[in-house]
Design a protein around this ligand. Structure first.
Ligand code: SAH
Ligand code: SF4
Length: 337
């Protein structure tokens, strides 16, 4: 499905046509133009031939972890992945990609190992959510809708800033998917320029920072971006955002055995977390080759040190390691074939 092509075909039609079509795509969630009976037959046939609604996709399910992964094939043959996470409390989160691959080169990340192919178009970002919206509808259960969106799939969203925001406006559209800004989060590896721009946006989208290490030496060794924007610059930008928005910021911290999970790291992290609106989200490292993930005991020990210091801590539910539902792993495997 190509949203730009659809728009192009409808450009010569009266404005109400686009409204009808938009409603059919984003509210009725149709997957074939034949279901759009309000359109004249000729137009339907043209759309069917030139801009079909099908999304080329393979789905991988994980019963155990309540997650589903969609591997979407783009028009140029590149593949991207998105994941639907069904939380125990009923929330349904779609984790979307913003780029094919990623140029930031974080050593622990499978997507990073692919390098960057290209930015996704607005349509390519939007269809990832649309795919799962249709999927949930097809299950036929009541209230089965997407509640949250996180930009935590492949790619660095702030390197595709404009398209990411255009896609967010489409997700948020009251006459479409109608997903509230406060239910949408962007995760960045810490690009200060992007954070400063983000701080000026009027919409109340959430900000998450992939911190993963509490000192410059360690962070630079894991995340090359830290050499460009070291911790003091990063924290300054985040605090500036908080001063403007008054909103909470989530710091993602990944526990890698013997690398980021020592007591000294917890102490350094506590020092950095000197704002009431900071929250730490502990993530278990998903082994991608180079390191081992921390043991359950080490994670509890680390978490307790933070809690005792009065830091707000959450822990990411581990979803779908059995289907590689994290960080570009499946797409990388497919590329290698
Ligand atoms: N580029 C953005 C968003 C996509 S990555 C960013 O880095 O924030 C989504 C999250 O998964 C990030 O927090 C990232 O650091 C983390 N991640 C990457 N590789 C991982 C791995 N092997 N195990 C666990 N989390 C990982
Ligand atoms: Fe890119 Fe994020 Fe992976 Fe780093 S962690 S390589 S920024 S996708």
């Amino acid at each position: 499905m190509n949203i730009d092509k659809i728009k192009l075909i409808l450009a010569d039609e009266p404005a109400y046509r686009m409204k009808q079509v938009w409603h059919s795509i984003f509210v009725d969630l149709i997957d074939s133009w034949d279901k759009c009976t309000t359109l004249p037959k000729v137009l339907r046939e043209k759309l069917n031939a030139e801009a079909p609604l099908e999304i080329a996709c393979e789905v991988f399910g994980s019963q155990k972890s309540r997650s589903l992964k969609a591997l979407i094939t783009l028009e140029d043959g590149n593949k991207i992945e998105s994941v639907l996470l069904s939380h125990r409390d009923g929330r349904k989160t779609v984790c979307v990609s913003s780029q094919v691959g990623c140029s930031m080169g974080c050593t622990f990340c499978a997507t990073g190992k692919m390098g960057r192919e290209r930015n996704l178009t607005v349509g390519e970002i939007v269809v990832q959510v649309l795919f799962f919206a249709r999927y949930l509808k097809s299950e036929g259960k009541e209230n089965n809708r997407i509640t949250n969106i996180v930009f935590m799939g492949m790619g660095e969203p702030f390197l595709n800033y404009d398209n990411v925001w255009k896609a967010i406006r489409i997700y948020n559209d009251k006459d479409g998917l109608n997903i509230g800004a406060r239910h949408i989060s962007i995760s960045t590896c810490g690009l200060v320029e992007g954070i400063n721009k983000f701080a000026k946006e009027p919409m109340q989208v959430n900000l998450a920072i992939s911190l993963h290490a509490p000192n410059d030496e360690l962070r630079s060794s894991l995340m090359p971006v830290n050499r460009l924007n070291p911790l003091d610059e990063l924290m300054f930008a985040v605090k500036n955002y908080i001063a403007k928005s008054g909103r909470q910021v989530m710091f993602e911290y990944m526990l890698i055995d013997g690398v980021t999970d020592k007591e000294i790291h917890a102490k350094q992290l506590i020092e950095l977390m000197d704002n009431k609106l900071f929250v730490v989200n502990l993530i278990r490292y998903n082994p991608t080759g180079s390191h081992k993930s921390s043991s359950a005991t080490a994670i509890i020990r680390f978490k307790n040190l933070l809690l005792r210091a009065g830091i707000k801590v959450t822990q990411r539910q581990t979803f779908g390691t059995d289907i590689d539902a994290a960080c570009g792993q499946l797409a990388t495997k497919n590329k290698k074939k």
